[in-house]
Design a protein around this ligand. Structure first.
Ligand SMILES: [Zn+2]
Length: 271
């Protein structure tokens, strides 16, 4: 599943083909994504210049003078740049055709992705309005994380995966950051002292930044390609390593389930 680093890497990969270009047409082949692609979106976007492609949490915001469209990659979505005359494949649900004779093509076998209209204040869209700060933004600090956890009995792992607390920390990165910070995933958010929360906030930023950096270097070409998602192999220390040796102490990594998501941790290194 694309997490925040993949979405950011996708943004960086396709932005040069969109920013400063004009949308000649939006071609929707299948409206049945997670939410139906709004009827009339073709008209809204057609002829619009793209001022910027930005990101909020795991949403890409295609900003135009008429307003912004919002793209989510869902569970299996990916985007790539193809020549105007390249025929679409089975799961290529929509195309953004630009005046550079290129198409930014959205592929999503499982159709949990989305393309929505967000108007001129996209950050006030119901899907975005309640989100907490960006984990890589200046507002996400150890002090903030500690304040947000005060009095909370929820586990720290569920706390950092709550998008109202911080936007876009997915399961893989929550596991990795807690391991790197030496914090037990089951510990109540309200029972972690400020210095450890500061360390955790730093590690969340570090795991996400590392993944984005790695995505930048191992990135497949967003131009052309075979339509396979641009997800990259990350250097994971604890995620999906149950019963393998902990990279710090060699004891076996444990696996539990929290909030229906798999948690991996070292009982010896994480307290
Ligand atoms: Zn260990």
């Amino acid at each position: 599943m694309p997490e925040l680093p993949e979405v950011e890497t996708t943004r960086r990969g396709i932005a040069p083909a969109l920013e400063g270009r004009t949308i000649v047409a939006l071609v929707v082949r299948d409206r049945r994504l997670r939410w139906p692609v709004p009827v009339g979106l073709e008209k809204r976007l057609g002829g619009q210049p793209v001022s910027q492609l930005t990101r909020r949490a795991k949403y890409l915001l295609l900003e135009t003078p008429a307003g912004s469209a919002m793209i989510h990659l869902g569970m299996s979505g990916s985007m790539r740049i193809v020549p105007e005359n390249e025929a679409p494949g089975k799961h290529d649900h929509f195309d953004i055709v630009t005046n550079a004779a290129e198409i930014i093509r959205f592929n999503d076998p499982r159709r949990f992705g989305s393309l929505l209209w967000a108007g001129s204040n996209p950050l006030e869209h119901p899907l975005l309005a309640e989100l907490g700060p960006e984990p890589l933004g200046a507002d996400f600090t150890g002090d903030y994380l500690w304040q947000s956890g005060r009095g909370r009995k929820a586990s720290i792992k569920q706390h950092i995966m709550n998008s109202k607390i911080v936007a876009g920390v997915g399961n893989i990165y929550a596991n990795e950051a807690l391991f790197r910070a030496g914090i037990h995933p089951m510990r109540a958010a309200g029972r972690i002292a400020l210095p450890r929360m500061q360390l955790l906030a730093e590690e969340i930023r570090a795991v996400l930044s590392d993944a984005i950096k790695q995505g930048g270097t191992t990135l497949r070409d967003y131009r052309g390609g075979d339509g396979k998602p641009g997800y990259f192999k990350q250097q994971l220390l604890v995620y999906d390593r149950s019963n393998q040796r902990c990279t710090k102490c060699s004891k076996p990594v444990k696996r539990i389930v929290q909030g229906q998501r798999a948690t991996y941790y070292c009982g010896n290194c994480q307290h």
